[in-house]
Design a protein around this ligand. Structure first.
Ligand code: F3S
Length: 649
């Protein structure tokens, strides 16, 4: 039987296990990336593991999420990250140089390689045939030390693309259509592999918009084959020698198939406040728009900004609307400036931000209360923009620019009819990407050879080995789809404590219940209770680390998001799955006791545990964990487990 492309790349990198969906496999990692919010912990953990040199082919440390140096804490973090990259042998991308996925795509991503990144949108270079997976920071530290990365072998879904995009429909609409059909849970445990005649109609930057936002489907990764378009892109970034032809076998078998006829797509938009709340733009036309933002790792490339620039040539942004462009990389900024587009856009009333994630996580350009913001980003979770009652819509750069021109949501086809002289700018990739790489410091150019830690940089907390008897109260009952933004918000006032776990922990779940952190500390143990898809969103390991620091022992949920579940194991918190009836019946404040000896059960492969509630009634909770994950739990987390492994070898 033939292989899918996913299977081929995994097979090439397999060090443990078999390629059977649902089975845990260990794979060799070629490249790693990390960013500033997750990176400080990655390097502190790398140090705590007594590792002294990066072992992967390539490692890159980006500073992109919190680049504004409001006070010394961020600047200290950036300096620490530079010193860690220099000391241990990673590339360092300075703050303002751009968003990790965009800069990585421009400089390092390569077909056929594996990439592990401590950011949930790591799958972005799947659009050029790299199998890229997001993971927690501790997994990155271990992989950088040369250890395999363990993941459940995903099911591979064939997304067959037919036809060609019509006027005003874009790659963003392809992924919004996927979200409309499959929802934010539709990709859990899957890789989406794109095939069919429609593939060759899309350039690499269009493909990477799709693979980037595959993360919003909950997918392990998304992948395109390589072809002339991949070669063209690699030539344009000056790395044509890295091209490798990669295709699935003709007789590859897929677990399921989804077909999208590109020619039937129209401009789509995700309404507040979930990326799968997708409707045709025409359905929400007429809504006044206060803010428009183009940028992020989904649509912040040079060729994502160009269509808006062309649409705005000779026009102005509506007086009621503010339009901001945050380029995905400094290279994109530099190219736009050199070609004169920056001046044109400024003349049209557009403001420019430095190349940063910034507003995507509520750092800068926070919308006014009770206002509408249209963004080309990938997430619109409630409050992520920096204000609780936000109203963020997600759309293509073309739809965003049309709204900026009209001052209200409008289908660009209708705006074109109305204006008479507005043409679809189309998608244009440059023959050659130009721009300085002055902000990228290679290991050979490193300026530090020892770690520089400021006063805000603490130690990595450790947990004791798993307690055989787990008992405590339900500290908080939560709904479905709780995101890592709910658990540890990424806004600037909170994020600056990312290297200081005791301080950061004070904000744990504060967006759900302000008194949570103190109650958890006072209770000295206990459980979290949640509905479906607990921990969706980012790879932020602080969302497991901080509850662990506060004494939380385990999470009872109807289901877990993949990366967050791995992070729970990594920090020694027991993730137990319960059914809907049990979830409904348990209330916040109830006393929960795991009747069985948890330590023994975890070690011996027990899958079902009896949960006694209020000493009154019982239910069953499942522990779905591999043998390795059980050992990690028993040791009190991956740091202790990995140290034990090193001691034994
Ligand atoms: Fe940054 Fe937002 Fe992407 S935080 S990495 S631009 S999802």
């Amino acid at each position: 039987m033939g292989q899918t492309l996913t299977e081929k790349i995994l097979d090439d990198h397999l060090v443990e296990g078999e390629l059977e969906p649902g089975e845990e496999i260990g794979i060799e990692i070629d490249q790693v990336l990390t960013q500033d919010t997750t990176g400080t912990m990655v390097w502190l953990q790398f140090e705590a593991l007594d590792l002294d040199e990066v072992q992967t082919e390539l490692a890159a440390q980006y500073c992109d999420h919190q680049t504004y140096q409001f006070d010394f804490k961020n600047t200290d973090d950036h300096r620490f990250l530079r010193s860690a990259a220099g000391t241990f042998g990673a590339h360092f991308s300075r703050p303002g140089n751009g968003i990790c996925h965009q800069v990585h795509k421009e400089n390092f991503a390569a077909p056929g390689k594996t990439l592990l990144g401590s950011d949930s949108h790591t799958p972005t270079p799947g659009g050029m045939g790299e199998l890229a997976i997001g993971a927690g920071g501790l997994d990155i530290a271990v992989a950088m030390g040369g250890g395999p990365y363990y993941v459940e072998m995903p099911e591979v879904t064939n997304v067959r693309l037919e036809g060609e995009l019509p006027e005003w429909a874009t790659a963003k609409d392809v992924i919004l259509e996927m979200l409309r059909r499959l929802s934010v849970k539709g990709g859990v445990g899957k890789v989406f592999e794109y095939t069919g005649p429609g593939v060759e109609t899309l350039s690499v930057p269009e493909r990477t918009t799709i693979t980037n936002m595959g993360t919003e489907l909950g997918a392990t990764s998304s992948l395109f084959p390589t072809d002339e378009k991949t070669e063209e892109f690699l030539e344009a970034v000056g790395r044509e020698d890295e091209y490798v032809e990669l295709q699935p076998d003709d007789d590859a078998e897929y677990a399921e198939e989804v077909t999208i006829d590109l020619s039937e797509l129209e401009p789509l938009i995700a309404k507040p406040s979930m990326p799968d709340n997708v409707v045709p733009v025409r359905e929400v036309a007429g809504e006044p728009v206060d803010q428009v933002m183009i940028g992020s790792c989904t649509n912040g490339a040079y060729e994502d900004i160009l269509p808006g620039a062309k649409m705005l040539e000779g026009r102005e942004v509506a007086k009621r609307t503010e339009m901001i462009i945050a380029p995905g990389s400094k290279q994109a900024s530099e190219m736009l400036a050199r070609e004169g587009w920056t001046a044109e856009l400024m003349a049209a009333g557009v403001n420019f931000s430095e190349a940063t994630c910034g507003a995507c996580i509520g750092i800068g350009h926070v919308p006014a209360s009770d206002s509408v913001s249209l963004r080309t980003f990938n997430r619109n979770f409630e409050g992520r923009s920096g204000i609780e009652d936000d109203s963020v819509y997600l759309c293509s750069p073309e739809v965003a620019t049309a709204a900026a021109i009209k001052g209200e949501i409008v289908d660009p086809r209708d705006l074109a009819d109305e204006l008479g002289d507005l043409e679809d700018p189309g998608f244009e990739m440059p023959d050659q990407y130009t721009g300085s790489t002055a902000d990228l410091i290679s290991p050979d150019e490193a300026i530090d050879d020892e770690l520089i830690k400021g006063p805000n940089i603490g130690d990595v907390p450790l947990k004791d080995a798993l307690d055989p008897h787990l008992e405590g109260s339900v500290l908080l009952k939560m709904t479905d789809n709780i995101t890592t933004d709910h658990i540890i918000p990424a806004t600037s006032d909170i994020l600056k404590f990312r290297s200081n776990v005791p301080k950061l922990s004070e904000f744990t779940l504060s967006r759900v219940d302000e008194s949570f952190a103190q109650r958890a500390l006072d209770a000295d143990g206990g459980f979290l209770l949640a509905g479906e898809n607990y921990g969706q969103g980012s790879s932020r390991e602080h969302a497991a680390l901080c509850p662990m620091y506060l004494g939380v022992e385990g999470v009872l949920a109807q289901s877990f998001a993949r990366i967050h579940k791995a992070n729970l194991f990594n920090f020694g918190l027991v993730p137990l799955t319960i059914d809907e009836e049990t979830y409904e019946k348990i209330e916040q404040g109830d006393d929960v006791e795991i009747v069985d000896d948890v330590g023994e059960g975890v070690r011996e492969g027990k899958e079902e545990f009896t949960v006694r509630v209020n000493d009154d009634w019982e239910a069953t909770a499942r522990l779905d964990a591999s043998e390795r994950e059980r050992k990690i739990l028993a040791a009190g987390g991956k740091l202790s487990y990995t140290r034990q492994q090193y001691d034994e070898s």
